[in-house]
Design a protein around this ligand. Structure first.
Ligand code: HEC
Ligand code: HEC
Ligand code: HEC
Length: 436
């Protein structure tokens, strides 16, 4: 055989493999199990009550409301909330059963294709701000119940503003490339070497609850890096390492502590605030105890992120001294001189894994703008922390953060004043007020 034909053959096989990959990646045949006649605008009947109730639980677990409802709006699922990405804002759609502005004209199959494969009604690619790369793992049965629930939702006429990203992100077809690189087109497969409880936890964390959307670090294109649940920057916030690592992760937490955090919004160490407070309030507090336990079992089994505790900074370091002064004057009323805080109200700063992460974003943002713990049925009077942006300088905030990261057994890198200045800008907060 001549060399050219061999090469030609190789090229042909390569092209065939590439075409096969493209086809497999865009394959939505798993959604063909769904009905393609009845429209979402047709309300469910009395006989469907059980499916609708199950579907409501699925919608809560998937936290669809979080993105698909505009802030302060009473119109659940009517869209209009802009999700900020490094590429620009992406508006979440109206997914109420309104025929003109929502998904009233969609069939069950159209709905499955959007949720599990990121395809719009006409087959166009959705942006991965819609977490279909997680929802691809949702089972047929849960999809069916979810759709039945969506049919029971009040239709709202509201046209969501059009998403307009800059070139080349405005080209929806370009998402085909993104999908090829980062979308794993396969449903949930149980790991038979693990317990049913572990698999239930995996199904929820990897699929419906899309915990990795926030907790897994991203590459420049917004795809998951190969560091599942090892912690990720969300601009003002840091979604911490939630692997079994016992320094920055939750390896030192018992299953019960994880369950409490997700159900009450706090345990004796941490208090959920910011984006996690929303996730707890909207979603995890409503999960059954069995499901929360399953999530805890799964998280506790996740491979250690590998972070290792350094030596803490010495107490006579000049930043540490400044930090100790700032702390004793401003923080001890709630967090105590031993850093232990007030159980279930004010975060324990001592022995708190998330506060020792390399990324100190949440600490800086909280000191600058204050905060509020998650409000839940189990803990309705959550604690609040005042803002210090007006009171403390960038140096003082950095010193306080450095101090709490290196006291009471904690150890982590020092926080620089420039980082605090940067956060002030992002958060649009004023400078320290001049003393009179
Ligand atoms: C993290 C935010 C986020 C969550 C959570 C989320 N979505 Fe979305 N969804 C979006 C965004 C953003 C879009 C629009 C994407 C685009 O314009 O390409 C979208 C689009 C859709 C669409 C397509 C609508 C259309 O008109 O094209 C459907 C259907 C949908 N989502 C259903 C759901 C359901 C059901 C859930 C819960 C299981 C859910 N979404 C959870 C962000 C989210
Ligand atoms: C919208 C983004 C987002 C989603 C989705 C999300 N988290 Fe979080 N999570 C965060 C942020 C941010 C924090 C830090 C909160 C703070 O500092 O108070 C956090 C904190 C946590 C913590 C506390 C860790 C510690 O050391 O204090 C746990 C545990 C956790 N999340 C688990 C989960 C699980 C399990 C899921 C899925 C069910 C999930 N998160 C979904 C953003 C998110
Ligand atoms: C009036 C009580 C109060 C005071 C004073 C206070 N805090 Fe807090 N702090 C809280 C509460 C409540 C929370 C939990 C809610 C939250 O995270 O917003 C918290 C949370 C925190 C967190 C955790 C942030 C995260 O990632 O979730 C840090 C760090 C922190 N405080 C540092 C400080 C520092 C430093 C000071 C002094 C400059 C201070 N606090 C003063 C009540 C207080």
């Amino acid at each position: 055989m001549k060399k050219t034909t061999i090469l030609g053959g190789v090229a042909f096989i390569a092209a065939a493999v590439a075409a096969g990959m493209l086809w497999q990646n865009g394959d939505t045949s798993a959604d063909d199990v769904a009905d393609n006649q009845i429209l979402t605008s047709q309300p469910p009947g009395a006989a469907d009550a059980a499916a609708v109730a199950r579907g409501k639980y699925i919608a809560i677990a998937g936290d669809c409301v979080a993105c698909h409802t505009a802030p302060e709006s009473k119109n659940a699922f009517a869209g209009g909330y802009s999700i900020s990405t490094p590429f620009g804002g992406i508006f979440a759609s109206n997914i109420t059963p309104d025929k003109e502005t929502g998904i009233g004209n969609w069939t069950e199959r159209d709905f499955y294709r959007a949720v599990r494969h990121g395809k719009g009604k006409e087959g166009e690619n959705l942006y991965p701000a819609m977490p279909y790369n997680a929802y691809v793992k949702v089972s047929d049965r849960d999809m069916h119940d979810l759709w039945m629930y969506m049919r029971s939702v009040k239709p709202v006429r509201y046209a969501v503003p059009e998403t307009n990203l800059g070139f080349p992100y405005n080209i929806r077809l370009a998402m085909m490339g993104w999908n090829l690189l980062f979308f794993k087109n396969s449903g949930f497969k149980a790991d038979l070497s693990r317990s049913a409880e572990w698999n239930r936890g995996a199904y929820l964390v990897e699929g419906l609850e899309h915990c990795g959307a926030c907790h897994t670090p991203k590459n420049l294109l917004g795809g998951d890096r190969d560091a599942w649940l090892q912690g990720s920057n969300l601009s003002e916030w840091h979604a911490p390492d939630i692997t079994a690592n016992s320094y920055t992760g939750i390896g030192g937490w018992s299953e019960q502590q994880i369950v409490d955090y997700l159900k009450l919004g706090s345990n004796h160490v941490a208090v959920a605030s910011g984006p996690m407070a929303e996730a707890v309030t909207n979603s995890t507090q409503h999960l059954s105890d069995g499901d929360l336990r399953a999530i805890a079992v799964y998280l506790k089994s996740q491979p250690d992120s590998g972070t290792r505790k350094p030596q803490p900074l010495a107490a006579d370091d000049s930043n540490m001294k400044m930090g100790a002064n700032v702390y004793s004057a401003n923080c001890t009323a709630c967090h105590n001189s031993d850093g232990k805080g007030i159980p279930n109200l004010a975060t324990s700063l001592a022995g708190n894994p998330a506060l020792q992460a390399e990324d100190a974003s949440s600490i800086i943002s909280t000191i600058l703008q204050g905060g509020r713990g998650a409000v839940t049925q189990g803990n309705p009077t959550s604690g609040a922390m005042p803002a210090f942006a007006w009171k403390l300088s960038d140096e003082q905030v950095a010193a306080a953060a450095t101090y709490l990261r290196n006291s009471w057994g904690n150890a982590a890198s020092a926080v620089k004043p420039e980082e605090v200045a940067g956060k002030r800008k992002v958060l649009n907060l004023p400078e320290q007020m001049p003393a009179h």
